[in-house]
Ligand binder design. Structure first.
Ligand code: PMV
Length: 350
């Protein structure tokens, strides 16, 4: 939509310069088989496929308005202007949407994260999933969920999975370039046989010192444990899909825990080493082991941060949360069930 018609030297306003706002909501996801390492940085094509559960806590709400008179995008995060780094990242993402839409209008983006930002709690997943859905609608595009997933992937790999609710698998895809771009998307995984809950133990809600983008680059390029992790991860994905289909929460948890710990082992072996685990993370891991010794099905997974998510049956979630909370004031627990996929809020205006 253009706001001005050029007739010789004369410039006439023919339309209001701002389009109606479009608002989308999306939830973070926790990977049980992790995405760690890209084979194409520009297109965000991963080395391996991954699988996650979308949560029903910590949603991100994003409103996008086209401002065709503006010369730059305006990006706000939690009511404040975004940092220069975040602004550039969102602007690059909007450039992809502009290219798809075939026009170069600038946008106003207002995002609210209800969980901690950049603390290894998947705020970039919910953030870019919400942005993909809101921005495409604001720019007049109609995409199906698979196309939204591919687009969200370009902002943050894990965002490809937050387009879907419940469990989803993100396919690494075939080849690179266009073939890789088109074949690398997430899709839902049937988890009806499972009754999973994730108890999220937040031990530190500060933004991490090294971004996952930089950390995965360093791990993949320098850790002698990275190639074996990637090989094992491919097997983990086959095994976890079978465990989920069979409704076997114990096997699902065992695979998730080994996959995450092996990823952290590969990071520890990077040059220079990367260590996201803190003494508090280890205390939570010890408690998870103790719960298992007491006969509770409880398995841990950890993203690129010190916080630990514990997979357990729905019926044991309160007990697991209480037990982790008793470790001390340094732990806050949040109980998450399988949550919904990314949606546009009705009416669009907000
Ligand atoms: O999507 P990114 O670039 O924030 O990377 C996410 C990496 C992990 O959260 C550690 C693993 C995953 O699969 O979500």
């Amino acid at each position: 939509m253009t706001s001005e018609a050029f007739i010789g030297e004369q410039i006439t306003d023919v339309e209001h310069s701002q389009s109606p706002a479009r608002t989308a909501i999306a939830y973070p996801n926790m990977a049980l088989v992790k995405y760690w390492g890209k084979r194409d940085e520009e297109l965000v094509l991963p080395v391996t496929s991954s699988l996650s559960m979308t949560l029903d806590i910590f949603p991100t709400t994003t409103t996008v308005t086209i401002d065709s008179r503006a010369r730059t995008d305006t990006i706000e995060l939690n009511g404040q202007p975004a940092t220069e780094q975040a602004r550039q990242r969102v602007e690059r993402f909007l450039d992809i949407v502009r290219a798809l839409a075939g026009h170069g209008d600038r946008a106003i983006v207002r995002t609210t994260n209800s969980g901690p930002t950049g603390a290894g709690l998947a705020s970039s997943a919910s953030g870019f999933a919400a942005l993909a859905v809101a921005a495409t609608s604001a720019f007049g595009l109609r995409l199906d969920p698979k196309a939204h997933s591919r687009l969200a992937r370009r902002g943050s790999g894990s965002a490809s999975r937050s387009i879907f609710g419940g469990f989803s698998v993100w396919h690494a895809g075939l080849g690179d370039g266009t073939a890789g771009d088109l074949s690398s998307f997430a899709e839902p995984v049937d988890s009806a046989a499972l009754d999973p809950t994730l108890v999220v133990a937040v031990v530190d809600n500060q933004a991490k010192a090294v971004s996952s983008r930089e950390a995965m680059r360093r791990t993949a390029s320098s850790s002698p444990f990275y190639p074996p992790w990637a090989t094992a991860s491919r097997q983990d994905l086959c095994d976890i899909r079978a465990a989920i289909a069979a409704g076997d929460l114990t096997a699902t948890g065992q695979i998730a825990e080994r996959n995450a710990l092996a990823m952290h082992a590969a990071m520890l072996a990077a040059r220079p080493p990367l260590r996201y685990l803190s003494p508090h993370s280890l205390s939570v891991l010890d408690r998870v082991l103790a719960l298992r010794e007491d006969g509770i099905t409880a398995y841990a997974t950890i993203d690129a941060g010190p916080n630990v998510a514990v997979l357990c049956p729905h019926a044991d979630a309160a007990l697991v949360a209480q037990s982790l909370g008793e470790l001390g004031d340094f732990v806050s627990t949040y109980v998450a069930h399988p949550g919904p996929g990314a949606v546009l809020l009705p009416g669009g205006d907000r």
